[in-house]
Design a protein around this ligand. Structure first.
Ligand code: IMP
Length: 429
């Protein structure tokens, strides 16, 4: 491991980051989340027990691993406490949890605002997770946000009162119910007491740990095409789930980052609205959804499904500096008779391999596919890449050849062990 390794999503989230984080996390001293909030969700099965994480880095399951929620995360303390309690009920030790003093706090007005804004978007709905993420980041950048450290300050009541009074004015314009300052104040004072033992200056802590030669794994949330800058705006989340967000959301410097793992599936999926060039809104998409159990971990929504898009993958690699790929669900795509792989777009009568985040250009891009044979058979017991059927090898080697990055991890089944780990060295640019 390098000092800091990073795991990021390459498409629209739900690529199966949890599985790879679980695998790599065992080697790390620290597991870190730097962006997003409880809009994320990944489930992990350990010793027959299922754990669903929305906020706490899943690395906390590894004994002795410090789990850090960095300054870039937006924290709903109610959800955090529920997660802490759920872990404790399963006999897990949470004393290794740390939460940044500088993380912004999600309040009920953020959640109400998220729902209200979405209801009023008419045809332009984003399909947010309604967890208050966007409005909380809005307040952060508007500079009226309340940070974890403010919960312990004598200014807390005044800050909250000012914010709720302002939000109530907006709510009344939309005929939304008014929120009660005192009720929320009392509720959050209670939360503050419960989480106090975990709160600290995580940036200073991270640098102390790095000096002591500790290894950090950064658990990315959401994914590249949901990035507020690099995703398909406005159908994105409100943070930077790309490499820059790891740095600004933790205080880790670029110099300390080693491997950047890009997680993907052998096909693609998306929850929420927005353009999606390789979507199969037909029986093929339905088949992929059922075979891959493509239903949201956070909202349970059925995911839109489609073929793998190498134009978008190349873009994610460029934006993040991905050094290794982790491809899940090779077994799932291998159940189709024929597999298609998008190797270019046709836009305005021209063939291109350049991705675009412009909505109109994306909507007018038609995928150009290469076709591969499916029906790989049962590959779940295979642990060496060379033992894969030729049909499967042809598919993965074409992907590597196109993007010029090795697929280091290959998921061949849902189980923790059902993975091929092999770094096949191919020449990088
Ligand atoms: P928000 O992050 O709740 O504001 O939602 C904005 C968009 O990002 C919506 O399309 C969500 O479905 C999507 N989104 C947010 N978090 C995730 C995630 O963890 N996985 C997949 N999609 C997500």
């Amino acid at each position: 491991m390098s000092k800091v390794d990073v795991v990021l999503g390459t498409f629209y989230g739900d690529e199966g980051k949890g599985k790879i984080i679980d695998y790599l996390g065992g080697k790390a001293d620290v597991a870190l989340r730097a962006t997003g909030g409880n809009n994320a969700g990944h489930s992990i099965e350990v010793d027959g027990e299922k754990y669903v994480f929305h906020l706490i880095p899943s690395g906390i399951l590894n004994k002795g691993t410090l789990a850090i929620i960095g300054n870039g995360v937006v924290v709903d303390p109610k959800v955090l406490i529920e997660e802490i309690n759920a872990l404790k009920e399963k006999g897990k030790d949470v004393s290794n949890l740390r939460v940044s003093t500088k993380a912004h706090v999600i309040f009920p007005y953020h959640i109400e605002m998220d729902k209200m804004l979405e209801e009023n978007r008419g045809n332009g709905k984003i399909g947010t997770t309604a967890r208050g993420i966007g409005p909380c980041y809005c307040d952060k950048y508007e500079r009226c946000g309340i940070r974890i450290e403010d919960l312990y300050s004598s200014r807390f009541h005044d800050l909250l009162e000012r914010n709720i009074n302002n939000k109530n004015k907006i709510f009344s314009l939309y005929n939304y119910p008014q929120l009660d300052v005192e009720k929320i104040y009392e509720e959050y004072l209670e939360y503050a007491k419960i989480i106090k033992e975990y709160v600290c200056d995580t940036t200073t802590l991270i640098h102390k740990l790095l000096k002591d030669d500790k290894k950090i794994i950064c658990e990315g949330a959401q994914a590249t095409l949901l990035d507020i800058d690099f995703g398909s705006y406005p159908y994105v989340t409100s943070s930077n789930p790309t490499i820059g967000g790891i740095i600004s959301g933790s205080g880790i410097n670029a110099h300390d980052i080693g491997e950047v793992y890009g997680v993907m599936k052998a096909y693609s999926s998306r929850v929420g609205a927005g353009p999606y060039v390789t979507e199969q809104d037909n029986s093929i998409g339905d088949t992929i959804r059922e075979l891959g159990h493509e239903y949201g971990a956070t909202t349970k929504r059925p995911r839109r499904c489609g073929y793998l898009d190498l134009v978008a993958l190349k873009y994610a690699i460029e934006v993040n500096g991905i050094t290794s790929l982790c491809m899940n669900h090779l077994d799932t795509i291998g159940k189709l008779d024929k597999i298609k792989l998008c190797v270019a777009y046709e836009r305005n009568g021209e063939r291109t391999t350049e991705f675009t985040t412009n909505e109109e250009e994306l909507l007018s891009s038609t995928p150009i596919y290469e076709e591969f044979e499916g029906n790989f058979g049962d590959i779940s017991k295979i642990r060496n890449r060379e033992d894969l059927p030729d049909k499967a090898l042809r598919y993965i080697e074409r992907i590597e050849e196109f993007v010029n990055v090795p697929i280091e991890f290959l998921g061949v089944g849902a189980g923790r062990e059902e993975m091929i780990h092999e770094k096949k060295l191919i020449k990088r640019r």
